[in-house]
Every structure is written in structure tokens, then in C-alpha cells.
Design a protein around this ligand. Sequence first.
Ligand SMILES: *[C@@H]1O[C@H](CO)[C@@H](O)[C@H](O)[C@H]1NC(C)=O
Ligand SMILES: *[C@@H]1O[C@H](CO)[C@@H](O)[C@H](O)[C@H]1NC(C)=O
Ligand SMILES: *[C@@H]1O[C@H](CO)[C@@H](O)[C@H](O)[C@H]1NC(C)=O
Ligand SMILES: *[C@@H]1O[C@H](CO)[C@@H](O)[C@H](O)[C@H]1NC(C)=O
Length: 352
Amino acid sequence: MHINALQQTYKNKTTIMMIFESLVLCFLSLLLLSPFAISEQCNPQDKKALLQIKKEFNTSITLQNLWDPKTDCCIWVWIQCHPTTNRVIGLVMKFDEPSNDIVGHIPSSVAQLPYLEHLEFNNLSKLSGTINPVISNLKHLKYLVISFTSISGTIPSFLSRFQNLEVLDLSFNKLSGIIPSSLSQLPNIRLLNLGNNKLTGQIPNSFGSFKKPGPEIYLSNNHLTGLIPASLGQIDSETINLSENKLEGDASMLFGNKKRIMRLDLSRNLLSFDLSKVDLPKSLTFLHLDHNYIYGKIPQVLNKVNALERFNVSYNLLCGEIPQGGDLQRFGVFAFYHNKCLCGSPLPKCKS
Ligand SMILES: *[C@@H]1O[C@H](CO)[C@@H](O)[C@H](O)[C@H]1NC(C)=O
Ligand SMILES: *[C@@H]1O[C@H](CO)[C@@H](O)[C@H](O)[C@H]1NC(C)=O
Ligand SMILES: *[C@@H]1O[C@H](CO)[C@@H](O)[C@H](O)[C@H]1NC(C)=O
Ligand SMILES: *[C@@H]1O[C@H](CO)[C@@H](O)[C@H](O)[C@H]1NC(C)=O
């Protein structure tokens, strides 16, 4: 009995010792590994690429004080990491207003961030050169935004190969040349903004074949010429902005009472078609047709477009009485003035 009890105590002691020892070991290894295993989530290759980008933008005062190599890149400004894999999925460099801080070209090291879903350069006035072809390696891109920069050159057709791309915003740059027709092959595009550049040529015929219903399309303030392709009548986008170009001829294919279009801006072009013949969608909230050569009468149905918030048909060749008894009068004289022979409130009475 006595010996047995003694053995038991001895046994217990070794177990306790063993537990204690392993705890100490555990604690020691935690201490040793902690800077890597616990606080640092950033993938070392991603960090290397980001530090290379910092080097390429070495005149940036902002960056010199950020992106400290001793800290975890997943907490750096402008960086987003994936919640489970910790790979860098977002490089979103933007300022609230145009900034001269970042000088140079789109760094080739962005291609060393293979899991990027969101790449954005916004309000970087001194970012110049062309759209770097290495971007084509970023197969996971969902959002590509290069806006308010000095990026020039043409829109590369490789952009049409991004299977996951939802937003392509290249507005307010210095891009020139034609719009690649292959962009209509982007299977998941929701927003295509190429506005405020120096793009030339026609709107591609293929733009009628965007996957239904079709993305919001902004091509405003470019140098686009020629006819709007008839095929564009096949898409069912909520927004189409073609304002401030040199587009001619018919635009009636963009209307139709079965469409869900809400915002249609065709102002400041050379368009010429009969407005009496178009079937206005009741979903419209924004209709700007000013500064064209549009003729005919204002359709009666416009009185029934209840949600209309913005409306302008000034500086056209419209005639006849403005539909009365509805809501159109609230837009005031300046929404109707400078036409051929429009009359009735809010303009002067029609001569009978
Ligand atoms: C910035 O980088 C360029 C080349 O990458 C180099 O020539 C220049 O000396 C660097 N400037 C500073 C301040 O480090
Ligand atoms: C870029 O600057 C413009 C003009 O100041 C501002 O309206 C816009 O919101 C800025 N863009 C971003 C992404 O902050
Ligand atoms: C269309 O683009 C022009 C800039 O060229 C802008 O002034 C206008 O507000 C835009 N319209 C819509 C509906 O977005
Ligand atoms: C319509 O456009 C004209 C010409 O650009 C402008 O003067 C007027 O203020 C605009 N009116 C409305 C209501 O938008």
C-alpha cells in the first residue's frame, strides 16, 4: 500500500513536470516567433513588391513617412489584405483632391501583387506614362480605377480579358486613340467610365453586345465622332452618358418604353432626330438633350415621367407646344429656350 502510494505520487510529479516543461517550451517558442507568427500577417513577397513601389515613388513625402518596413504591410495606408489568406488584394492610392505628391509611372512591381482585386490610382496628377502592360498579369482584378491622373496613350485591348472586372474607370486622364471594341466582351462589367479623355473615332458597334442588361456607360467629354451604332439599342443600361462629343445623326435607339434607363445625357453633340417619334421610358430621372439639332415636338408622355429630376432640351430645333397640365413647367425657361419654335408655358404662349 505504502509503496504503491509513493509510486503514484512520483508518477503524478513527472506528469506535472512534463506539463510544466512543455508550457515553458511553448512560451519560449511563442516569444521567439511572435514577430513573425502573430503580428506580421503580410506575405513577404507582397511586402517586397510594395517596398519596391515605395522606392519607385521615392519623391513622395507621404510615402516616405508611411509604409514602415518594420511593420505589418496589412495595416499600411492604401493597402487591403485578404481576411484569411492575408495576401494583398487592394492597392488603392488616392487623395481627396488632385495631388502632386506621387511622381512617375505606374510601377511594374504591381505585377508582383498577383492577388490584387482592386487597383486604384486616383487624384495623382503627376502619375504619367501609359497604362503599364504588366497590369495584364493581374487576373483577379475586379476594380481598376485610374482617374484624375496624367496617364496618356491608348486604352490597351488586354483590359477586355479580365474575367472578373466589374468596374473600369479610366476617366479624367489624357488617353487618346480609339475605344477597343473588345471591351464589350468583359463578362462582369457593371461600370465603364472612359469620360473626360481625348478619345477619338466611333463608339464601337460591339457595344450593343455587352452581356445584358449592360453596364453604366460614360463616354462623355471626348472627341468621339460619327453615328451612334444602331446596335446600342440592344443594351438596357441604367446610365448612358455620351455628352460633349461630336456624335451625329440618330439617337432614338437609346429610348423605348420597355427600357430601364434612368440617366441619359446626350447634350452637346451634333445629334439630329425627330423627338416626336421616340418612346420615352418612364424610368427616366435625368434627361439632357441640350445643344444638338433635335427636331419635332416634345412627346406628351414626358408629363407622366414622374421621377424626372433633371431635364434640358435647350438649344435644339424643337417646335410646337410644350406639354401642359403636368410637371414639365417646373424646369423653367432655361430648360426649353433657344429652340426653333417651342411655345407655351414656361415659354411664351403659342400663336394660334
Ligand atoms: C529615386 O529613385 C531614382 C531611381 O529609381 C534614383 O535615381 C534617385 O536617386 C532616387 N532618389 C532618392 C531621393 O532616393
Ligand atoms: C479627387 O478630387 C476631386 C476634386 O477635388 C474630388 O471631387 C474627388 O472626390 C477626389 N477623388 C477621390 C477618390 O477622393
Ligand atoms: C455626363 O457627363 C458630363 C461631363 O461631361 C457631366 O457634366 C454630366 O453631369 C454627366 N451626366 C450624367 C447623367 O452623369
Ligand atoms: C439647360 O442648358 C442650358 C444651356 O447649357 C443652361 O443655360 C440651362 O441653365 C440649363 N437648364 C437647366 C434647367 O438645366
